[in-house]
Design a protein around this ligand. Sequence first.
Ligand SMILES: [Zn+2]
Ligand SMILES: [Zn+2]
Length: 269
Amino acid sequence: MTVLHEGDRYHVRTSALRVSVAGSSSAMPRPGRACSCYVIRSSQAAILFDLGSGSLSNVREALDYSKLDAVLISHMHADHFLDVIPLRYGLKYGPVPQGSRLPLYLPAGGQTMLRQMCAAFASEGPADFLDEVFDVRDFDERSILEIGDLRLTFARTIHYVDTFAIRAAVDGSALVYSSDTAPCDRVVELARDADLFLCECTLGLGTESGARGHSSAAEAGAMATAAGAGRLVLTHFSDEYASSQLEDAAGDRYAGPCSVADDGIELSI
Ligand SMILES: [Zn+2]
Ligand SMILES: [Zn+2]
């Protein structure tokens, strides 16, 4: 029996970081699921890591999009950025008037690609189409980006185009999102001692020949172990394998808690 003495106090710790998974699929979405997107929330900030095709609908399930403080795009593959377009329509024509332009952080070269794409259909011109509602910026992967109380750092991954894993830290808690990567020491270092490691496992139980750009579930497990991550959540996968197969494969290489992501779930640190 626990005897409570006068002066004992309970500390109810609220989550320092919350992740709402808004898109857990790889480039070909699983039925009813969207491509890469994660809503990251702290006490002072709400941001998106990626905004892949089909994900804005799920973002709207998680929060009022007009409350977003920033959107970060890890790399310029369609399964990571295409829903910037419907978000633009929401910010321009949606029910909630927008107080200021929403910061949209892209990797170097991303602005050129996005503006070229918008130029193909935007009658108002690509500059007006985007800049009316977004404050479009490059992020510098060598610098720390601070948004509210969130401290964001980056690591270049091994992928087919310039791609950056992102670490979000606040009050001694940290999560790392691998984005798309083959097994990568830089991503491991970024994920060092993170409470939560959201790691891609596009290859599932398979392998990749030629130039590497993705990881299997086992390789995700190995990276989580090398990083000393507190918890592994596998993401960016197809419906080729059952969730239990992915968890088992990662679990063979990682002894900590391991699960698969799904659209709509919320993770707390
Ligand atoms: Zn990619
Ligand atoms: Zn991808």
